[in-house]
Every structure is written in structure tokens, then in C-alpha cells.
Ligand binder design. Structure first.
Ligand code: PLZ
Length: 441
């Protein structure tokens, strides 16, 4: 039975409340310390634009569990599809005895991803696992080994994806040695690279790639069209296209990691559409299945079919419950006009943040697209990052019942990722609380 939640912020205890504090104490003695939490608040139910904690507090959700519950938590179609599937069968392993929903998800991915070429997909569990498989596919296709990732990139926490992720703390420090043949190129970061335009920033990156790797050795260039954990960095116009064109000219596989930016999040189905870029391979996860663990690699048939039979897979990849959730999620995005909703959310958030910036000279930059918008916080009159104030603002918002996340190489970016099911009223209230947190910090 679906829990009906009042769509309003309501604080009945301090945050965290006594039940959450009790559970946090149990967490400390049972859960490995390395698994941190943004807020010390335990959840009981969530839907629409709110999360209810175990003390009965109702919080406004501006995080979507890191860009996952784009269609909302326990979205009705997802709940129905999952319930029906879980009652029919929970698992057979697609590699043992297959089922239709896996194929249907791959068909939907072929239809929804950019480009009208012949496509194939393979399904996995997490974003990192899909990124790893995209690299395997690119290597099998090109018979080359090197991979290029960018400054500020985040691709996951597994061994290969740790090597591809840029930031040492907390993702890599102490966890090496890392996979070899991963190289790093400079990103286009308009706020911090002196206004370098897209084509010039691409030339800078391509020169590093050419001199330090060499196209003849390079299997793939992997890039987030809008970087997520790295700080919601939107590259200058033309940057992505120039890199993609160079890849095509040099037989290098261009891989878009749309794990965070995909599935209507940026007011297009995929973020690379904003730049008219058609990736060879596109990696998706998070928003694809309304909260169930599913990820995918989709791409040109001749590339996707390069690995030998049995070379790709995994016990749970494309689990039937996750596939049922994905089909219901896609139906929800399309039937409920969620791409338009993301665009409307963008205008609400941008207007509010620009109003805030007019009276706060410590807002260095406001950027992002759709329901993926961030604020970069700096010291007055400079572009020096201010991670302390960023953290203070987030914590003030948390205490007032609003879930917001931070990110960025310098830890000075507040990011907003509301579910597209949030009402305007709740969104405005969340932004009111955020404005108060800015004023108080
Ligand atoms: N690629 C672009 O954003 C996951 C990480 C949270 P998984 N980002 C959230 C954390 O601290 O672990 C992400 C991403 C991009 C890949 C991934 C990895 O996806 O599903 O977490 O493996």
C-alpha cells in the first residue's frame, strides 16, 4: 500500500530527533565508518517533494537521493510495476533464462538516447559498473587500451572508476594502486578558466591528449556532459562537440557519462542534447529506474557488439524488478511531461538564486540546467572557494528541514536536485529556507 504523505514541511522535533539519534548510535556500532551520511536523519517514507523521518518530521527534498528519484519517491507507476513484478518472479538471471522487460528497457534506451543509428544496450546495477563496462566495450572495439577522463570528473568508486575520478579525498585517498592507462585532460570550466571559449578549451584538452597519450593508443574519452560531483560544471558551448568530433576523426570512442545528468534531469532527456552531441556510447543509471538499482551502456551496434559472447554480464544486471521500475519511470517521464517540468523548475530556481546573488557577493557563480542547478560560494570580492560557509549553509538548511547537498572539487558548491514531482509551493519554501541559511551564514 502506498503511503500518502502530506506535501508540506513540518518540524515536530529538532533535527535530528530522538529516534534518529538512537538509530545513528546503532549505525556507529554496526556500519563501517567509511560509509558517511549527509544528514544524521533516518527515513520512514518519502514521496512527491518530501521525506518523512522516523521522528515524524517532514523535510523538503532538494536532493532526490543524489539525482535518482527524478520521478519522485515511490512514484505510483513505479510502485505498481514493481509490486506486480515482485509477485511474479524476483530473479532468474538474464544470462540464464531471459525475460522480456530487459529487452524492452534496451529498446526504450535505443529510442530515447541521442542519434538514430542502430543501437544496442547492456544493463548493469550501478553507475560505476556501467562506466567500467563502457570502457571494456571501447577497448574491445578499438583494440586500444588508454582512457582519458577530465579534471573534476566523477565516475565511481570501483578500482577502474576511482582511477577515472579526479578528486582524491574522499574517493581515492589511501585506496590505490589504481588501474593503469587512465589519463587526465583539462576540463572547460567557464567560471575558473578565464573565459576560455568552448573550442579553445577543447584545443587545450586535445593538445594534452595528443601529446601525452596519442590517438593511436586511445580507446575512449569519457566525459560527463555536465559534471556532477565535480561541481555541476557546464562546459562552454562547443567544447563537447569539438571533443566528440576529434574522437570521430581519430577512431576514439566518445563516451558520455550521463549517470547524474540523464533522464530528464536537465530538461532534455539527456544533457548532451543541449550541445547537439551524439555520443558513441552513453552511460545511464540513477534516474533511470525511480530508485531501483539499474544502469546501462547504450551505443552504436558495431561497438556494443565488439565483446565476445559471455564477455559482458553479471548476476543481477538488468534484474526484472529494476527493469519493471525503469519502464514505469520512462512512462512517467513521458506521460507526465517531466522534461517540461524540469524546465519550469529551472526558471523558478534560477530566478530565486539570481535574486539572492544580487545581495550576496559571496555567490561566485550560478550554473546548471533544468533541475540540476548549483551555486559556487566564494570569499567576498574574490573567486577563492569558501567550503566552510558552504557547509554552514547546508547544515543550517538541514536543521530547518531542507535536504540539500554540496559538491565540487573545492567543496564550495551547493547543488539543487529536486525531484520533478515537487510542487512549486514546496520548491519555493525550500528556496526560502535556503535564502535564510545564506543570510545566517
Ligand atoms: N558517474 C556522473 O554522478 C554517482 C556518487 C555518490 P554509482 N554519483 C554519486 C558517492 O559519493 O558515492 C556517479 C555519477 C557519475 C558515475 C557515478 C557512479 O554511480 O551508481 O554510485 O556507482
Amino acid at each position: 500500500m502506498t503511503v500518502i504523505l502530506e506535501q508540506a514541511r513540518r518540524l515536530i522535533t529538532e533535527i535530528p530527533g530522538p529516534r534518529s539519534r538512537e538509530l545513528m548510535a546503532r549505525k556507529h556500532s554496526a556500519v563501517a565508518a567509511g560509509v558517511g551520511t549527509t544528514m544524521p536523519v533516518f527515513v520512514e517514507a518519502a514521496s512527491g517533494g518530501v521525506v518523512r523521518d522516523v521522528d515524524g518530521n517532514i523535510l523538503i527534498d532538494l536532493g532526490s537521493g543524489i539525482a535518482v528519484t527524478t520521478v519522485g519517491n515511490s512514484a505510483p507507476r513505479v510502485v505498481d510495476a514493481v509490486s506486480e513484478q515482485v509477485a511474479a518472479f524476483t530473479h532468474t538471471c538474464f544470462m540464464v533464462t531471459p525475460y522480456e522487460s530487459y529487452v524492452a528497457v534496451c529498446e526504450a534506451l535505443a529510442r530515447l538516447t541521442p542519434g538514430d543509428h542502430d543501437k544496442r544496450s547492456a544493463l548493469f546495477n550501478s553507475g560505476a559498473e556501467a562506466v567500467e563496462n563502457a570502457v571494456k566495450i571501447a577497448r574491445a572495439h578499438t583494440r586500444r587500451s588508454a582512457v582519458v577522463a577530465f579534471d573534476h570528473a566523477y565516475h565511481g568508486r570501483t578500482n577502474l572508476t576511482m582511477a577515472m575520478t579526479a578528486k582524491s579525498m574522499p574517493y581515492k585517498s589511501g585506496f590505490g594502486p589504481f588501474a593503469s592507462e587512465v589519463y587526465r585532460a583539462p576540463m572547460s570550466y567557464p567560471y575558473r578558466d578565464g573565459g576560455l571559449d568552448g573550442p579553445a578549451a577543447a584545443q587545450r584538452a586535445l593538445s594534452v591528449i595528443d601529446k601525452q597519450v596519442g590517438a593511436a593508443n586511445l580507446a575512449a574519452v569519457v566525459i560527463e556532459p555536465i559534471q556532477g560531483e565535480g561541481g555541476f560544471i557546464v562546459p562552454a558551448p562547443g567544447f563537447l562537440a569539438a571533443i566528440a568530433d576529434w574522437c570521430t576523426d581519430n577512431g576514439v570512442v566518445f563516451i558520455a557519462d550521463e549517470v547524474q545528468s540523464g533522464f530528464a534531469r536537465t530538461a532534455t532527456m539527456f544533457a548532451c542534447e543541449h550541445e547537439g552531441v551524439v555520443p558513441d556510447l552513453i552511460v545511464t543509471a540513477k534516474g533511470i529506474a525511480g530508485g531501483l538499482p539499474l544502469s546501462a551502456v547504450t551505443g552504436r551496434a558495431e561497438m556494443m557488439d565488439a565483446p565476445h559472447v559471455g564477455g559482458l554480464g553479471g548476476t543481477y544486471g538488468g534484474n526484472p524488478i529494476a527493469c519493471a521500475a525503469a519502464l514505469a519511470t520512462i512512462e512517467t517521464i513521458e506521460s507526465d511531461g517531466l522534461i517540461d517540468r524540469a524546465r519550469a523548475i529551472e526558471s523558478v530556481i534560477l530566478a530565486r538564486l539570481h535574486a539572492l546573488a544580487a545581495t550576496d557577493d559571496r555567490i561566485g557563480d550560478i550554473r546548471g540546467r533544468g533541475a540540476m542547478i548549483a551555486v559556487e560560494i566564494v570569499h567576498s570580492g574574490t573567486d577563492t572557494p569558501d567550503p566552510e560557509r558552504t557547509k554552514a549553509i547546508a547544515m543550517t538548511a538541514h536543521a530547518a528541514g531542507v535536504i540539500v547537498l554540496t559538491c565540487g572539487t573545492y567543496g564550495n558548491v551547493l547543488r539543487l536536485l529536486p525531484p520533478l514531482s515537487i510542487s512549486d509551493e514546496l520548491l519555493h519554501e525550500g528556496l526560502d529556507v535556503l535564502a535564510e541559511a545564506f543570510a545566517a551564514s
